[in-house]
Design a binder for this molecule. Structure first.
Ligand SMILES: [Zn+2]
Length: 251
């Protein structure tokens, strides 16, 4: 009984006294808060690493299929890897033509180009990014259709000479994070203004870094840029391919 009373007195004493030794000091509270924040951050990092490893372990094309790809055959890029992101703007109304010119959203390129893109994608994914396509091979008949809608060489290549897209060796791309959120590149795809040029200087450091990452990686795997469009990449020697009018199956 005495023990009980003593215990009760002690407890009352502890909670009634403002400067009780068990009340944590402000510094202790700060440390507790800080350690909670660190723990939360560690959990987020662990989750991100697990997600990245999940993406990296997704299966790319079988090595048999990969080694049998001919340099000039048309290859569906999604056949090589399910890690690519597609935002095929010309299969929607969300483009400068304000109308869709493709029956469905697919990305085809020549075999040699596809292999180079896959190598670039693998390197980018190790760094935490994915390639997102806006446009790839563009059938010659579609080029004619686009020219009919906007007959201005400032916006559309004249179908007479065709473009590298018509040869299956040009791609319009950007980068996303591993979850598919696009990186800030300063302008949207098909922004016809000086801000889209590689040399345009009035961009944030982040945008400059994002563009640089895309450019240096693509150049490493055999792609070249054009001065006015940060999203456009030609594969080296791409003009040697014939202008084509192969159209893909939408079934
Ligand atoms: Zn292009």
């Amino acid at each position: 009984m005495i023990k009980k009373l003593l215990a009760i007195t002690l407890i009352i004493g502890l909670f009634s006294c403002d400067d009780s030794p068990i009340k944590p000091s402000e510094n202790t509270l700060k440390l507790i808060e800080k350690s909670k924040q660190l723990q939360d951050r560690a959990e987020v990092l662990e989750k991100n690493i697990k997600e990245r490893d999940g993406y990296l372990s997704k299966k790319d094309a079988s090595s048999d299929r990969f080694s049998n790809i001919q340099d000039d055959e048309f290859v569906n890029i999604e056949e090589l890897s399910n890690n690519f992101m597609l935002d095929m703007r010309y299969a929607t109304n969300n483009n400068f033509l304000k109308e869709s010119v493709y029956d469905c959203a697919k990305c085809f390129v020549r075999g040699k180009v596809a292999k180079a893109i896959l190598q670039a994608q693998k390197e980018l994914m190790r760094k935490g990014y994915r390639i997102q396509f806006f446009d790839c091979y563009r059938p010659h008949s579609v080029q004619k259709k686009m020219w009919k809608i906007v007959s201005d060489p400032g916006y559309v290549a004249n179908p007479k000479g065709g473009s590298v897209h018509n040869r299956g060796a040009a791609i319009d791309i950007t980068l996303t994070d591993l979850k598919g959120n696009p990186l800030d590149m300063g302008t949207d795809f098909d922004h016809f203004g000086k801000e889209a040029a590689h040399a345009y200087a009035k961009l944030s450091d982040e945008v400059k870094e994002n563009r640089k990452l895309l450019r240096t990686t693509m150049e490493k795997y055999g792609f070249t840029t054009i001065r006015t469009e940060w999203w456009h990449y030609n594969f080296q020697g791409g003009k040697k391919y014939e202008i084509a009018d192969f159209t893909w199956d939408c079934q």
